[in-house]
Ligand binder design. Structure first.
Ligand code: AP5
Length: 218
């Protein structure tokens, strides 16, 4: 099954994509994570993307479509993909439809996660990640069980994203509303859109997504 989690920065796309990966064997395809990996590797794509990401703008469609097409050709996506942070523009959405068709697949559903702007700012400015295994946490909503120690790998080192400050978050929200929100109507027109309340707690959001998956499978 191929799904898109659509929503603004901090809506919980990454959190839920990881849960879906564990529960259903889908692969999370996060263009944000792929770009951050390219930055860490010091590749040409990473060097070009860094300044754009730091100010909250979108990386060009050409670059994004190139890295997604390459990822979609790997054999481990055969159980399906959860697209997280992609597509983000009408051109990316149209290209994804073509990319899936060319590989004998299709889009099964788009889940729009709706969250108030002020809640998004709070979620993002409180987010941190284990520097070793990548497990995500939040200062208030998802703390490690023991302060300063990762629940998964025991590491005591954590990182915060450079674009997770209040100014850049507000810029990212504007970019979302202008460039990505029009995709809601695109997918509604295709009959693929399912809207859920992303304000609920993490477990309740997972349950709402599972209800959509059950409908899609029926
Ligand atoms: P990207 O990495 O995709 O960031 P984003 O879309 O801004 O989304 P986030 O990762 O910030 O949020 P999320 O929805 O995954 O929330 P999370 O689950 O972590 O993109 C970064 C940049 O890369 C872009 O600005 C752009 O420059 C570039 N880029 C990426 N893709 C691109 C593309 N396709 N085209 C062009 N450019 C692209 O949750 C956030 C926090 O809230 C966490 O701490 C979590 O624990 C907590 N939380 C989650 N759910 C809940 C809940 N239900 N209740 C309470 N807290 C919650």
């Amino acid at each position: 099954m191929n799904l898109i989690l659509l929503g603004p920065p901090g809506a919980g796309k990454g959190t839920q994509a990881k849960i879906l990966e564990q529960a259903h064997g889908f692969k999370q395809l996060s263009t944000g994570d792929m770009l951050r990996a390219a930055i860490s590797a010091g590749s040409e794509t990473g060097v070009k993307a860094k300044a754009i990401m730091d100010r909250g703008d979108l990386v060009s469609d050409d670059v994004i479509l190139g890295i997604v097409a390459e990822r979609m050709d790997k054999p481990d996506v055969s159980q399906g993909v959860v697209f997280d942070g992609f597509p983000r523009t009408p051109a990316q959405a149209e290209s994804l439809d073509k990319m899936l068709k060319a590989r004998g697949g299709k889009l099964d559903g788009v889940i729009e996660m709706k969250v108030d702007d002020e809640a998004l700012v709070k979620r993002i400015t409180g987010r941190f990640t284990c520097a070793k295994c990548g497990k995500g946490y939040h200062d208030d909503f998802a703390k490690p069980k023991k302060v300063g120690i990762c629940d998964v790998c025991g590491s005591t080192e954590f990182t915060r994203r450079p674009d997770d400050n209040e100014k850049t978050v507000r810029d990212r929200l504007q970019v979302y509303n202008k460039q990505t929100a029009p995709l809601v109507e695109y997918y509604r027109g295709q009959g693929n859109l399912h809207v859920i309340d992303g304000m609920a707690d993490i477990g309740q959001v997972t349950a709402a997504i599972e209800t959509v998956l059950a409908q899609l499978k029926a």
